[in-house]
Design a protein around this ligand. Structure first.
Ligand SMILES: Cc1ncc(COP(=O)(O)O)c(C=O)c1O
Length: 341
C-alpha cells in the first residue's frame, strides 16, 4: 500500500481562530466589494487564497528571535546578524534591507535605469514590471515557449529563452540594458522553476554582452529544491549548496522576505557593485530608513535571518512541494506518486 500521507515536519504550536461567515454574508460581502477580493475584510473569508505573500506562520525559533530584536536606530546588532546570514547565503558583498521586495526593486531600478532602457526577464512579477515601467524603461518577458502553455509538461518551465535573450540584447544594444533579471521561481508564470543550466547560460550571455545579471530571488529555496529533484547532477547536493550556486552566478538580487524569508514582512537588495550600492543607500535613506534597518524593525530583521536559515531544511521543502503535488493529483488517486524520502 503506497504511503499516501504527507507528515508535516513540525508540530502546530499555536492556532488562530477563523470566522465562519454564512453563505448569505459572503454573497453580501462579494457584492459590496464589487467582486474584488482585495476589497473584502479578511474576516469575511474562510479559505484565503489571495496570496502566499507574508501570510505563513513563523516558527518557534523565529518568534524567539523577535525578543532579541535590537531597535537601535543605527548599527543595530540585528542588522549585523541579518547581513551576515544574507552574505553567507548569497555571497553578495553589499546587503541593503528594505520593507518589502518592491522597495528593493524601486531603489535599484531608479538608480540604474533610464527612460528607453530595456529589461529582459523570464517573466516580470507585477510589481517588478510596474517599477521598470515607472522609470520609463520597457519590461520584456522572455520565458521559453513551454512556459506559456499550462498543459505542457517540462521540468523547468521558468527558463528564460536564451536565443530570445541574445536577440533582445542585439536589438536594444547593451548600453540600453541596465541588467538581465531572472525570477526564481517564476511566480507570474505559475511559480515554475529555472534550471541551473539555464542560469549558467544567462551568466555566459551576460558576460559576453557585459551586462549585469540580477535574480528576483523570492522563491530561491523552492527553486533549489526543484533543481535537486529534477536536474542531473544535483540529487546529492543540499538545497543550501544549490541555492549558493544559483546566487554565485548573479551580480545581485532583489528579495521579498514574505516568501522564502518565511517572514510576514521585509525584503532586501544585495549586490556586488559597491558604487551602485552607495547610490541605492542614498535613496534608501530618503524613503525607507537608515541603511541598517531600511524600514524594518530590528525584530523583523531577526525573523528574516532565522527564516532564511530554516527555509532550506529538506524536510520542510519536501513537505511544501509535495503538498502542492498532492493537491494537484488527489482528484486522480492512481496518479499519486508517494513522497520520495
Ligand atoms: C517574484 C516576486 N517578485 C517581487 C515581489 C514583490 O515583493 P513584495 O510583495 O514583498 O513587495 C513578489 C511578491 O509576491 C514576487 O512574488
Amino acid at each position: 500500500m503506497p504511503f499516501r500521507t504527507i507528515i508535516e515536519p513540525f508540530q502546530i504550536h499555536s492556532v488562530q481562530a477563523i470566522n465562519f461567515s454564512t453563505p448569505e454574508e459572503r454573497r453580501a460581502a462579494l457584492e459590496r466589494s464589487g467582486y474584488n477580493p482585495f476589497m473584502l475584510h479578511a474576516d469575511e473569508v474562510i479559505i484565503d487564497l489571495l496570496t502566499d505573500s507574508g501570510t505563513g506562520a513563523m516558527s518557534a525559533q523565529q518568534w524567539a528571535r523577535l525578543m532579541n530584536g535590537d531597535e537601535s536606530y543605527a548599527g543595530s546588532r540585528s542588522y549585523y546578524r541579518f547581513r551576515d546570514v544574507v552574505k553567507d547565503l548569497t555571497g553578495f558583498a553589499e546587503v541593503i534591507p528594505t520593507h518589502q521586495g518592491r522597495a528593493a526593486e524601486r531603489i535599484l531600478f531608479s538608480t540604474v535605469m533610464s527612460p528607453g532602457d530595456v529589461v529582459p526577464n523570464n517573466t516580470h512579477f507585477d510589481t517588478t514590471r510596474a517599477n521598470v515601467e515607472y522609470t520609463g524603461a520597457q519590461a520584456l518577458d522572455l520565458v521559453i515557449a513551454e512556459g506559456r502553455e499550462p498543459a505542457v509538461e517540462h521540468p523547468f518551465k521558468g527558463n528564460i529563452d536564451i536565443p530570445a535573450l541574445e536577440r533582445a540584447l542585439d536589438d536594444a544594444g547593451t548600453d540600453r540594458v541596465p541588467f538581465v533579471m531572472v525570477t526564481v521561481t517564476n511566480n507570474s508564470g505559475g511559480g515554475q522553476p529555472v534550471s541551473m543550466a539555464n542560469l549558467r547560460a544567462v551568466r555566459e550571455v551576460c558576460d559576453r554582452y557585459d551586462v549585469p545579471f540580477y535574480l528576483d530571488a523570492c522563491r530561491f529555496a523552492e527553486n533549489a529544491w526543484f533543481i535537486k529533484q529534477r536536474e542531473d547532477g544535483f540529487a546529492d547536493r543540499t538545497p543550501r549548496e544549490i541555492a549558493k550556486e544559483m546566487f554565485s552566478l548573479a551580480d545581485g538580487c532583489t528579495f521579498s522576505a514574505k516568501k522564502d524569508g518565511l517572514a510576514n514582512i521585509g525584503g532586501f537588495l544585495a549586490l556586488n557593485d559597491s558604487e551602485v550600492a552607495a547610490r541605492c543607500r542614498n535613496l534608501l535613506i530618503l524613503t525607507e530608513g537608515f541603511p541598517t534597518y531600511g524600514g524594518l524593525a530590528g525584530r523583523d530583521l531577526e525573523a528574516i535571518a532565522q527564516g532564511l536559515d530554516e527555509v532550506l531544511d529538506e524536510h520542510y521543502l519536501q513537505y511544501r512541494v509535495n503538498s502542492v503535488w498532492y493537491l494537484a493529483h488527489n482528484w486522480e488517486v492512481d496518479r499519486y506518486e508517494p513522497v520520495k524520502s
